[in-house]
Design a protein around this ligand. Structure first.
Ligand SMILES: Nc1ncnc2c1ncn2[C@@H]1O[C@H](COP(=O)(O)OP(=O)(O)OP(=O)(O)O)[C@@H](O)[C@H]1O
Ligand SMILES: [Mg+2]
Ligand SMILES: [Zn+2]
Length: 157
């Protein structure tokens, strides 16, 4: 018989579970990872209860093992996300996302006159000046962006 406990988390055989995503940011995480794609089934849980975080999102990707370095950009939007690699239903690796000192590509500069917005294709590039809350500074125009402005750059869903 099915119970709420069994239903809360659908097991996957092989793949990646991204846990402890800041509540309501799962869709941003998918955007960063260029998901969904043809190859993998993706399960999303949003706004579920968490003893550590109050509420959190979870993303499960079947058939794809994401490495920590590959997903570090997630830290821009979900600094506490954890990466669990699943093989044959067991967790074989548990990692954290790490925000690097520099980040590129993933967000646009908020300054409309910035070279990255006017001279395409110049890829955006930022220094990460604070980890929590996240603050970045544009490599080109020195525009400082706080967490709120960074979130705006991800767009609303
Ligand atoms: N086979 C699986 N399929 C899908 N999700 C899984 C599988 N195994 C574990 N998970 C999920 O991966 C996450 C981490 O699992 P784990 O059992 O390590 O939880 P935990 O003990 O709460 O760890 P943490 O300290 O990271 O919160 C949880 O969200 C769990 O539901
Ligand atoms: Mg847990
Ligand atoms: Zn700029």
């Amino acid at each position: 018989m099915k119970t709420p406990r069994e239903l809360k988390v659908k097991p996957i055989k092989n793949g990646t579970v991204i846990d402890h995503i800041t509540a309501n940011k799962a869709l941003h995480v998918l955007k960063i990872l260029h998901l969904p794609s043809q190859e993998s089934a993706v399960t999303i849980a949003m706004n579920v209860k968490s003893s550590q975080m109050g509420a959190k999102d979870i993303v499960k990707i079947e058939g794809r093992e994401l490495e920590s370095g590959e997903v570090d950009k997630i830290a821009l939007i979900a600094p506490h996300a954890t990466i669990n690699i699943i093989r044959d239903y067991d967790i074989v690796t548990k990692g954290k996302v790490n925000l690097l000192d520099e980040t590129s590509d993933i967000i646009r500069c908020a300054n409309p006159n910035c070279i990255t917005n006017t001279e395409e294709p110049v890829e955006s590039r930022f220094y990460v000046t604070s980890q929590e809350p996240v603050i970045v500074r544009c490599y080109y125009c020195e525009r400082v962006m706080d967490q709120k402005e960074i979130e705006v750059q991800f767009g609303s869903f």
